[in-house]
Design a protein around this ligand. Structure first.
Ligand code: SF4
Length: 248
């Protein structure tokens, strides 16, 4: 089923694919998956440590831990939810990771297209995959599809030749790990999310106020709405109100 989410910029999360090989040190999804990992053996694993499940496993949503898994039985869930919601797709994976079979991605995008009552938010650390799919005419340009890229610091900015004029894009700058000069990017997103790292990881980065103010000023100048996450407001309670681009 689709789940209510604590993520404050979406209403539901939906995870037809779980698991990720990026290995980010601050990953909450990996911690969660390992907590529920039943250590099951897959009788028919795919090459590359990938798994496909046709039926729900009652004991745990993560039978193969954080190894990439397609949960095929979840693909009809958006259709079954008739009331339109804002859905974060694959909060427990990177659906566009380079290891994900194109067929899996297409199956998820098709499921979204079959349920146009919802708004879909995708997020990746591998936006090159958006471009690859787009070149193959496999990336829907629907108005209710939002393609997000994680930009934690300047290292990521050079990776983002998005957006195309005719698709909705956003940057999730969460966790913000350093100053970011958005002016250095090739294309600007239509929306920005700013957030801080949660948890108590050794080496956790607390964003500096000047990083946030600089981004806020750039976005104001370029008319880009900004959503300030609750975990950033904990550090800076006086931040301005958040904006969602479909409400502006
Ligand atoms: S990309 Fe996301 S899901 Fe993958 S390891 Fe990093 S934080 Fe976790």
């Amino acid at each position: 089923m689709m789940n209510e989410t604590k993520i404050d910029w979406a209403e539901m999360s939906w995870n037809p694919v779980t698991g990720c090989y990026h290995g980010c040190p601050y990953c909450y999804a990996r911690r969660t998956a390992h907590r529920f990992d039943a250590g099951m053996e897959d009788p028919t694993p795919l090459p590359g440590g990938l798994h496909v499940l046709d039926h729900k496993i009652k004991a745990t949503p993560y039978p193969y831990g954080f190894e990439p898994t397609m949960h095929r039985y979840r693909l009809d869930q958006p259709e079954r939810q008739t009331e339109g919601r804002t859905v974060f797709v694959c909060s427990m994976a990177d659906l566009f990771g380079r290891w994900v079979p194109t067929k899996w991605i297409c199956d998820v995008l098709d499921a979204c297209q079959r349920a146009p009552q919802h708004r879909y938010l995708f997020l990746t650390k591998n936006p090159a995959r958006y471009l690859e799919l787009d070149h193959l005419a496999l990336l829907p340009h629907s108005e209710n599809f939002w393609y997000g890229s994680t930009v934690a610091n300047m290292d990521a900015v050079g990776m983002y030749p998005m957006p195309h004029a005719n698709i909705n894009t956003f940057w999730s700058m969460e966790p913000l790990l350093g100053p970011v000069d958005m002016d250095a990017a090739e294309g600007l997103p239509a929306w920005v999310i700013l957030g801080a790292e949660t948890g108590n990881r050794k080496g956790k980065v607390i964003p500096k106020r000047e990083w946030v103010d600089q981004l806020a000023a750039f976005c104001a100048e370029n008319e880009i709405p900004v959503f300030y996450k609750g975990n950033l407001r904990e550090h800076f309670p006086d931040l301005p109100a958040s904006a969602l681009p479909w409400e502006v």
